[in-house]
Ligand binder design. Sequence first.
Ligand SMILES: C[C@@H](O)[C@H](N)C(=O)O
Ligand SMILES: C[C@@H](O)[C@H](N)C(=O)O
Lengths: 165, 165
Amino acid sequence: EQALISGVAVDGDEAKITLVGVPDRPGVAAALFRAIADEGVNVDMIVQNVSHEGRTDISFTAPKADVPLLRTILDRVAAATGAATHQVDDGIAKISLVGAGMKTNPGVAAEMFEALAEQRVNIEMISTSTIRISCVVRAADADRAVRAVHAKFELGQEPAAAPRA
Amino acid sequence: EQALISGVAVDGDEAKITLVGVPDRPGVAAALFRAIADEGVNVDMIVQNVSHEGRTDISFTAPKADVPLLRTILDRVAAATGAATHQVDDGIAKISLVGAGMKTNPGVAAEMFEALAEQRVNIEMISTSTIRISCVVRAADADRAVRAVHAKFELGQEPAAAPRA
Ligand SMILES: C[C@@H](O)[C@H](N)C(=O)O
Ligand SMILES: C[C@@H](O)[C@H](N)C(=O)O
């Protein structure tokens, strides 16, 4: 099955926020995102990977303008949940390959990551769906990253299909 | 802006695979997913969170039937990339809230996580897009999780809009 790649999106207006070392037990994710929702802050990407020794991190991206408010929310939630700490990183860019049918084409993710690797762009976070593969990179690498992915998928012409891996 | 929630999906046919303690440097994600793509294995959810002390984990879900082949691939990639180890977990289910416009409604993620927390279902991995919020849980918790999320978003009637948080 062939994936259809429609373009590359870049978002330079978000910060990466991480609640570090949260206890991996029911209710923690709910507490964090309830606190954020109650303050009316929009959240984009949410990422949580597996835990080790009963602890994991929960990260998300949000508008840079909301960082001051998020810091106070995270202070409160970190204390309430017993998290180790929280971190804010406002020097990121989110690079997304946008398309369809990407779940069943393993080569698409490989090609995107190879495009970034060839430019020595480090991938700091990854989150995927059938229509989008999103990577967080340093903001300073964004332009190079976008050009590399655009070239890899030959997105000069529209619409483009993913190259068969 | 109101999110539109169209349903809850559950996938019980996938395993969770994690490459643990990979060096956080360009080329690692590319090496992993190129090796997987070259063997023709389909990958669904890919999740990578922030690194600590230069190391992070890369997890993904894939069909359980591909686990034996993936184990051999991961052996090779773990050695090649200097990862600490790899883990396979075939006792998971993936619960997804499916809809649209979910990026700008922070209450939707909070409500989904609260539905799971109320049932004491632990969330093991999270990955989101504007059209899908996916949580990995224990397979034994899948039925309870689906019913809880279904009830939270009042998905008995179709179509349903997300409740205003
Ligand atoms: C870490 C966090 O996701 C926790 N496992 C929860 O269920 O809320
Ligand atoms: C960990 C992995 O994503 C690495 N940072 C890379 O760019 O490939």
